[in-house]
Design a protein. Structure first.
Length: 394
């Protein structure tokens, strides 16, 4: 356990004691994630290439002997202690942050695993809220891991935890996300990214091997809120494009198409907006496959070029970027020593991810930070991140 983990363990135990007046809680952690390439492909049956992070969400939890559920977040202290019951879970209600753990509890029940009693949980995350680094998926995987441990659901695998978290977010919270965020959090491996085929859930770990190269996440500090936003619109538009193509080809997902197949059949898509969405889904999937191959061969220059192409596609074809993200990416491209830079996550705010030579890091932060402030009047925040492990008890 490093000093940061120890610090957060102590803080979350202290928060648990202050909130619930008890000791004896166990402490757990689940990571956030950053996606290196493969954006908005996970619900289109394509490939993604995320890694779990060393930052995430910590929780202290303890079983109760009744059916009461109590939640407290150090990050949202004004919400106070939220109290409910296992018998009072309502999908798509008007909950606050606690909707995410509630959704996981509900999803366990939907899968035939009803909790025998309630529990108390205090959480403390060090993922910036609204940054696009999957604080929600981290909390979902964390809750699932706690439930598995406290209630003895030993047959639930870490892949199951990802699927349960996604089900809670889709059906309880009304956010039609793909599987990537929860999978990256639940299946993280130190110093590796995960090459995941979202259509089959087949995956492999790919060592990053980034010698003298930093992964820098730059936060626009413009929060994104995906539930009820254009995210669900993009999914509907992609589904409409798929349906049009299915009138000519027998496919189940856009991620099945090669470039040649897409170009031959794209005329079936008569809506120009849906055509752009499909173009991104197909070519982003192909970029992701190529990116993993060039990484394996050590060609990080080409990997960076693919990251840049990904951002432009997200900007112009999928239209989920925003002015702030575009400024960060475009300013990064100007700097020697930056291999690639792109928006990461759902979009509409949040963060970029950049591969930067270590000896260019200071210049990167100085020049990108200055240009961003001059253009927006806001300050961006830089995080040097590394690929970490999945959920665990601490």
């Amino acid at each position: 356990m490093d000093n940061t983990e120890l610090e957060y363990k102590e803080k979350v135990l202290e928060a648990f004691k202050e909130a619930f007046g008890e000791e004896g809680a166990r402490v757990y952690f689940a990571p956030g994630r950053v996606n290196l390439i493969g954006e908005h492909t996970d619900y289109n049956g394509g490939h993604v290439f995320p890694c779990a992070l060393s930052i995430g969400t910590f929780a202290a939890a303890r079983k109760r002997d009744d059916r009461v559920l109590r939640f407290f977040s150090v990050n949202f202290p004004d919400s106070g202690i939220v109290e409910t019951s296992i018998d009072d879970l309502h999908p798509k209600g008007k909950d606050g942050w606690e909707a995410y753990p509630k959704g996981v509890i509900w999803a366990f029940k939907e899968r035939g695993m009803e909790l025998e009693s309630g529990f108390d949980m205090a959480v403390y995350g060090n993922i910036p809220n609204g940054s696009g680094l999957s604080s929600s998926a981290s909390l979902e995987v964390l809750t699932g891991y706690i439930i598995r441990d406290l209630f003895g659901f030993d047959k639930v695998t870490n892949v199951d935890l990802a699927l349960i978290g996604q089900q809670g977010e889709n059906q309880y919270n009304g956010m039609n996300c793909g599987i990537m965020d929860q999978f990256a959090s639940s299946m993280g491996k130190l110093d590796n990214a995960i090459f995941l085929d979202t259509a089959t859930l087949k995956y492999e770990y790919a060592p990053l091997g980034l010698k003298d190269i930093d992964i820098i996440v730059t936060n626009t500090n413009k929060k994104h809120e995906l539930v009820g936003s254009a995210y669900n619109d993009r999914r509907r538009e992609s589904e409409a494009a798929l349906k049009a193509i299915q009138s000519r080809m027998n496919i189940k997902a856009l991620g099945e198409l090669s470039a040649e197949e897409f170009e031959s059949v794209k005329g079936a898509i008569t809506d120009p907006v849906c055509l752009k969405r499909a173009k991104h889904a197909v070519y982003e999937n192909l970029r992701t496959i190529e990116a993993v191959n060039v990484l394996k061969s050590g060609n990080l220059v080409r990997f960076g070029e693919l990251m840049n192409e990904s951002h432009k596609s997200l900007q112009y074809d999928y239209e989920v970027s925003c002015r702030e993200l575009d400024i960060l990416a475009e300013e990064a491209w100007k700097i020697d020593g930056v291999l690639g830079s792109r928006m990461t996550g759902g979009g509409f705010g949040g963060c970029t991810v950049s591969l930067v030579k270590s000896d260019s890091r200071a210049r990167f932060e100085e020049e990108v930070g200055r240009a961003y402030h001059e253009a927006t009047g806001m300050d961006c925040t830089f995080y040097i991140v590394s690929a970490g492990d999945g959920p665990r008890a601490i």
